[in-house]
Ligand binder design. Structure first.
Ligand SMILES: [Fe+2]
Ligand SMILES: [Fe+2]
Length: 241
């Protein structure tokens, strides 16, 4: 599953143009030719594409986002998601929490309500509802464990080397949970035939499909950042310690 995540994002690497990003950079300039940048803006809760003509600092106004942290991450990934490798372990764990975990906490409750309403009208969607419920139930304790136990141990690897004995086991357990989460996402994709809009069904259904497709896209980035970048880097640091 991790290979599929990797392969889907590798296409982004063909964009080689250099870019300087500051809080005054306009969002449409950021995203032009770099569609993966839109993914990060959306995950942070920025109203893309509506905020396209606005600067990063204006778009972050009123949101719980440090525009300088966001500028730094965007600068790293301007040439492709592999740029996340240039963040330190501490910066990377903070980015995952602020971007991907915050996205799930913001979006999942709304998605569950949407799903419930649409399933009431179309009871044949019950298997889809069960998949998303199962995904959501597992997501919260998983993120909690990452934020409270595993990410701090990774971040403080140098100060607390005795935790490294547990770290490989903890990471192994998280990776198994990722496989299971990605199986739920794959089931969502199959049950909806790739989140196809259905003109016979109402607007609520189309909105639900769009929200599920967004969750699928977001999860690939989240898993890519953890499976392909953070965890291998933590294991390398642990061996070097
Ligand atoms: Fe995570
Ligand atoms: Fe995770």
């Amino acid at each position: 599953m991790a290979t599929a995540v990797n392969a889907e994002l590798i296409g982004a690497l063909q964009y080689e143009e250099m870019v300087t990003i500051s809080p005054e950079t306009r969002l449409d300039q950021l995203v032009s030719g770099r569609p993966w940048m839109a993914r990060i803006l959306i995950a942070f809760g920025i109203d893309w594409p509506k905020c396209g003509p606005f600067s990063l600092s204006n778009s972050c106004r009123g949101l719980p986002i440090d525009v300088y942290d966001l500028t730094k991450v965007l600068g790293r990934v301007a040439q492709g998601p592999e740029g996340l490798r240039n963040l330190s372990l501490g910066e990377l764990t903070a980015h995952i929490v602020q971007c991907h975990h915050r996205y799930l906490r913001r979006v999942l409750p709304r998605l569950l309500r949407q799903m419930e309403e649409v399933t009431r009208r179309y009871p044949e969607l019950l298997p889809l509802q069960l998949e998303i419920q199962e995904f959501a139930v597992r997501a919260n304790p998983h993120m909690f464990r990452e934020e409270q136990v595993v990410f701090p141990a990774i971040r403080d690897l140098n100060q607390e080397p005795n935790l490294s004995g547990h770290l490989a086991r903890w990471i192994g357990s998280l990776l198994r949970e990722h496989d299971s989460a990605l199986e739920h996402v794959s089931a969502l994709r199959q049950l909806t035939v790739n989140y196809q809009a259905d003109s016979r069904r109402g607007q609520d259904y189309q909105k639900l499909m769009a929200a599920l497709a967004d969750l699928d896209d977001e999860m690939r980035w989240h898993m890519y950042a953890e499976n392909e970048i953070l965890f291998p880097a933590a294991l390398r640091a642990m061996q070097a310690a």
